[in-house]
Design a protein. Structure first.
Length: 573
């Protein structure tokens, strides 16, 4: 990765920590935030940056990723070129490129990076590095190209690039190497290290409140000023989760990553801007969180994906049943992320081999009738679910060619379900799509559940307040077999899990059948023919790079004025 960028410190520390095999070292040192001047938008600190970087550089995950289709696409992205431009500007100001060799030289043990401006990538970097090692770096060896300044009796080196107006400053003091992209940041840091009384980020309310509410720092800690970050156009453009509206309710966040040989665990804390009295005292929310804990015991051990959600509205419960089981083919299409393509041809329309498509009548539309869903909607309103469980799993067909997806939905309510009313409502919903008479919509008793007698497999089980619906009898049986188990999960708003080991190869097989290239110069996603298919090569190659991760799980809890999230990555033995 010769074209490493200024923000490679962030990318390597975060991404490398999430992928590479790493043995954490204990550190009782006070945080370096005491030396960071106020005004930062993001603060990142590692207990041992040098070990993290070394592990990442020697890891299988890095070798696989940099040769993957996923990296090829990233290397042609707008973000990559913008960061590459910033790298060039840094090189012009510093007189040497910020490549991986440079980063390895300036990576010490305890290290911190404070980001002050996203658009201009202005940062302060502090790392614990022996003076003898610091003086062996290319940065120190090139100090003759820099001008000198003095603050608090310490000389630091400063260089400016006239064209880009970028600054690079560095200093060595008391076993620390300091690097900054603004003169005032370097001067402020040296003043603080000399015992100055200038304000640090530790004194800022967003930082102090979030850090004081968080658990002890992990091997890698990130603190974010969301009130300043979220409104930024750069954040809105490049925040991968694309949930800016949801993030507006939080003022700050802390994320701690704890590393071991068997699992990586991320503890997140999101500080709310305000908490209403009704929200703080909601008994429904508490009942929903307890119901999630109850439903968690029903998750079969061999499923691919599961998701538990507290206090769903009747409308969202109906939508879950409809989209996952009763009418999965209906619903609006996913909005395209690409501009439409203009294909120039010699004027031919259609294909001589296509003799089945009618061009004189509009495509048949089969919207769900509101009357057919009325009984099911009424049932869900009269006995609202306190929590929902969604389970999905894949299997190869007998010939080993096609991958089939099976789903199950479980609802737990405050009161017992009426089994006959449930089965009647489901038949009313699906009958128009299946038959004009009663064929295929009669219930047949099975071992512990009932199943429709037609070609479409729909199985239903009612056990008191538990309702289970699935398109696979095996999933229903697996869920029912766990009803007598004791739940070990704590109350939560949301729990989800993904078995990467189980689904990785099946995902690639399934998507390879979907990502077929069209005969024109663009594929089905509107990209050029040189772009690899999104699912079967881009995402699948990233999945292959992470093959050593066996599973991932996330748990979300509400703690009044803050939200707690725990994300656990299990490594394959």
């Amino acid at each position: 990765m010769k074209r490493a960028i200024i923000l490679l410190c962030i990318a390597t520390m975060a991404f490398g920590a999430a992928l590479a095999a790493y043995r954490p070292s204990a550190s009782g040192e006070p945080p370096l935030s005491r030396y960071a001047p106020a005004g930062a938008l993001l603060y990142l600190e590692a207990r041992d940056f040098s070990s993290l970087l070394s592990a990442w550089n020697s890891s299988r995950e890095k070798r696989q990723w940099v040769s993957s289709a996923n990296y090829q696409v990233f290397s042609r992205s707008r973000l990559f070129f913008r960061l590459g431009g910033a790298s060039d500007q840094f090189a012009a100001a510093a007189g040497l490129p910020p490549d991986m060799n440079f980063l390895s030289q300036v990576a010490g043990s305890q290290s911190a990076l404070a980001l002050y401006d996203i658009g201009n990538l202005q940062f302060l970097y502090i790392t614990k590095l022996a003076s003898a090692n610091a003086m062996q770096t290319a940065l120190w060896q090139s100090r003759a190209k820099f001008g000198t300044r003095e603050v608090a009796g310490v000389t630091f080196y400063l260089r400016r690039d006239a064209e880009s107006e970028r600054e690079v400053a560095f200093a060595v003091k008391d076993g620390f190497l300091l690097l900054a992209t603004r003169e005032d940041l370097m001067a402020g840091t040296l003043q603080l290290m000399a015992g100055g009384k200038d304000q640090t980020i530790e004194a800022e309310p967003w930082f102090a409140r979030s850090v004081s509410s968080a658990s002890p720092a992990g091997d890698l800690r990130m603190v974010l000023n969301l009130e300043k970050l979220v409104p930024s156009p750069y954040f809105r453009s490049y925040w991968i989760q694309q949930n800016v509206t949801d993030m507006k309710q939080y003022s700050a966040a802390v994320s701690d990553l704890f590393l071991s040989s068997k699992e990586y665990r991320e503890e997140r804390l999101l500080v709310k801007k305000s908490v209403s009295a009704t929200e703080a005292a909601s008994s429904d929310a508490n009942a929903g969180a307890a119901a999630v804990s109850d439903l968690a015991r029903l998750v079969p051990s061999d499923v691919g994906v599961f998701q538990l959600r507290a206090s769903p509205s009747p409308e969202s419960a109906l939508a879950l049943l409809e989209t996952k089981l009763l009418a999965p083919h209906l619903g609006p299409g996913v909005a395209s992320q690409f501009a439409p393509q203009v294909l120039l041809s010699s004027g031919e329309t259609g294909n001589a081999a296509d003799l089945e498509t009618r061009i004189d009548i509009p495509p048949v539309q089969t919207p769900t009738s509101s009357s057919t869903a009325e009984s099911l909607k009424s049932l869900l309103h009269s006995n609202p679910a306190r929590a929902t469980l969604q389970v999905q799993s894949t299997e190869l067909d007998k010939d080993g060619v096609f991958v089939r997806i099976h789903s199950a939905v479980a609802l737990v309510a405050a009161s017992d379900w009426d089994g006959s009313a449930v089965r009647s409502a489901l038949v009313d919903f699906v009958r128009p799509a299946l038959t004009a008479s009663q064929l295929g919509v009669a219930w047949q008793p099975k071992s512990g559940f009932q199943q429709l007698d037609g070609l479409w497999s729909c199985a239903v089980a009612v056990r008191g307040k538990y309702l289970i619906v699935s398109d696979d009898p095996g999933l229903v049986a697996a869920i029912l077999a766990r009803l007598n188990q004791k739940s070990e999960a704590k109350p939560a708003l949301f729990i989800a899990g993904f078995s990467h080991t189980r689904e990785r190869e099946r995902f690639a097989s399934f998507t390879s059948q979907l990502d077929t290239q069209s005969t024109g110069p663009a594929n089905t996603f509107g990209q050029s023919e040189n772009t690899p298919p999104f699912f079967s090569r881009n995402i699948a190659s990233f999945s292959s790079a992470l093959a050593a991760i066996s599973s991932q799980k996330i748990v979300v809890r509400d703690a009044g004025d803050k939200v707690l999230q725990t994300v656990t990555y299990k490594w394959a033995p």
